[in-house]
Ligand binder design. Structure first.
Ligand code: DOR
Ligand code: ZN
Length: 346
């Protein structure tokens, strides 16, 4: 028996595409299924100015497979030297859709991020005025805070004070991983959304550490206890428009992951839609998949949903996904959900 599900074409509201040969290798994996993506700016060096974002956008468009209907939506990497005028100009002329806040040192290539939040006040105020969203990597970097607590502590120490100090600022709490973050988003009156990744709906911290160390399940924010994964599944399938898909698909060559100091990131671009259909079906909420993948994100960003559709079909035999994607800088392991997937994009 085949079941069919037709969805507006999904968008990915948090994606790492990298640059150069890695970009060329991974971009087709996203462009195959997604209409648009919010592209993260944590290149080396980071994408800070409107001009840099525009140049990066051109490199992405040049790397697209012929005819792929994929639109990259660019972000600017917030530094303590970011010029509010450059940000507002980039937003006005379409070079950037959002600004990304990395607390300095929180994750991959975040060294140029923010230490002193007073130094970015002017930028945040300008963004609030024009309605430009701030995408937030919500983890404190205080070495005294346990890595599993860094998101919850960030809400109290940084995010709530920042939102209070900048009324009207629209914020996306990226890749939420805890029940505290879900509750915080739900309690907000307005101006706060959250992305949820594919992998955080599947793995808890045991997947990383039990039976040996599994580097391909290591990402940031790190996966938490099972009760948090369950809270994320509930939020994603709740129909609440404040929660939407941001895969955080983050490719690293295998050699960089399978190392004495492995990089953070799960690469999920290839099989995300099969995994999400599986999760939503398990939750008895296939009817809400389209909201999560294709409607809530555009609504938050003030964009129309994609006009065209994709078709998902459920077959009797599992979909054969490649274990790795070959790129010019080495193979990248595709996220393994640990169970067979029966839904495929037709
Ligand atoms: O796991 C992650 N990988 N989390 C991040 O915040 C950054 C990302 C990356 O760029 O590899
Ligand atoms: Zn990310």
């Amino acid at each position: 028996m085949t079941e069919t599900l037709i969805l507006r074409r999904p968008d990915d509201w948090h994606l790492h595409l990298r640059d150069g040969e890695m970009l060329a290798g991974v971009l087709p994996e996203s462009a195959r299924h997604f209409g648009r993506a919010i592209v993260m700016p944590n290149l080396v060096p980071p994408v800070v100015t409107g001009r840099q974002a525009s140049a990066y956008r051109e490199r992405i468009l040049a790397a697209l497979p012929e005819g792929a209907p994929f639109t990259p939506l660019m972000t600017l990497y917030l530094t303590e030297d970011t010029d509010p005028e450059d940000v507002t100009a980039a937003y006005a002329n379409g070079f950037a859709m959002a600004v990304k806040l990395y607390p300095a040192g929180a994750t991959t290539n975040s060294a140029s991020g923010v230490r002193d939040f007073d130094k970015v006040r002017g930028v945040l105020e300008a963004m609030a005025e024009i309605g430009m969203p701030l995408c937030v990597h919500g983890e404190v970097t205080d070495p005294k805070v346990d890595i599993f607590d860094r998101e919850a502590v960030f809400i109290d120490r940084v995010l709530e004070p920042l939102r209070r100090a900048t009324p009207g600022l629209r914020v996306v709490m990226e890749h939420v991983t805890t029940q505290e973050a879900v509750a915080y988003v739900r309690a907000a009156e307005s101006g706060l959304g959250a992305t949820i990744t594919t992998h955080h709906l599947i793995i808890n911290r045991n997947h990383i550490l039990v039976g040996g160390i599994h580097p391909h399940y290591y990402c940031l924010p790190v996966a938490k206890r099972e009760l948090h994964r369950l809270a994320l599944r509930e939020a994603a399938t709740s129909g609440d428009a404040r929660f939407f898909l941001g895969t955080d698909s983050a490719p690293h060559a295998d050699a960089a992951k399978e190392s004495g100091c492995g990089c953070a990131g799960c690469f999920t671009a290839t099989n995300t839609l099969s995994i999400l259909a599986h999760v939503f079906e398990e939750m008895g909420r296939l009817d809400r998949l389209e909201g999560f993948t294709s409607l809530h994100g555009p609504a938050f960003y003030g964009l129309a949903p994609n006009e065209d559709r994709i078709t998902l079909t459920k077959g009797a035999t599992p979909v054969a996904y490649p274990a790795k994607i070959e790129t010019g800088v080495g193979p990248v392991t595709v996220f393994d959900p640990g169970f067979p997937l029966y839904w495929r994009v037709a």
